[in-house]
Design a protein. Structure first.
Length: 174
């Protein structure tokens, strides 16, 4: 059976390449489309390197976070492709709305990348603690792994962003 994380990473890389190809043919909102491409290609490259080193492995939490990112990137591809429209009248009326959607998908990509980063960091920490414990996770660590998997399933990127904004705006940080 194929590793679900590896499969999702491959899909993310393929979508990134499709976005790169599509951005070369956009007719409007070029700046937004190019920014999406830069973000997607950078993250795809990092994920590919992590996958080659074996850092990302079969983890339900990581797979879920990366699947969420994959869905957002698929939406980004659809929007970049929509920027290839040639019809002038439709383009004039839709350009503003499309620009808003592109910015929203950029924000969504960042939110999903934060969640994926959290999942990767937590997974790496768990691996290091397991190695430190001689290869067997301590009983308490197994509970932590189960809690982590449950947390990632429950957390939404929007709530992560709100918590991040709250922490930045709290009086103790001023």
């Amino acid at each position: 059976m194929a590793d679900p994380v590896a499969t999702v990473v491959e899909k993310i890389v393929k979508i990134g390449l499709k976005i790169k190809e599509a951005v070369n043919r956009v007719r409007h909102n070029e700046e937004d489309c190019r920014e999406i491409t830069r973000r997607v290609l950078r993250f795809s490259t990092i994920l590919s390197q992590l996958q080659q080193t074996g850092t990302v492995a079969d983890s339900p939490a990581m797979a879920g976070a990366l699947e969420d990112l994959e869905e957002t990137l698929q939406r980004a591809l659809e929007l970049v492709t929509a920027c290839q429209e040639r019809t002038t009248i439709r383009r004039v009326f839709a350009a503003g709305d499309l620009s808003k959607q592109l910015r929203r998908v950029q924000d969504d990509i960042l939110n999903k990348v934060m969640l994926a980063s959290f999942a990767i960091n937590a997974h790496t920490t768990i691996l290091l603690l397991t190695i430190q414990a001689g290869g067997q996770p301590p009983p308490r660590q197994q509970q932590a792994v189960q809690l982590f998997d449950a947390l990632v399933d429950v957390l939404k990127p929007e709530s992560l962003m709100l918590n991040h904004v709250y922490l930045l705006a709290s009086p103790s940080n001023c």
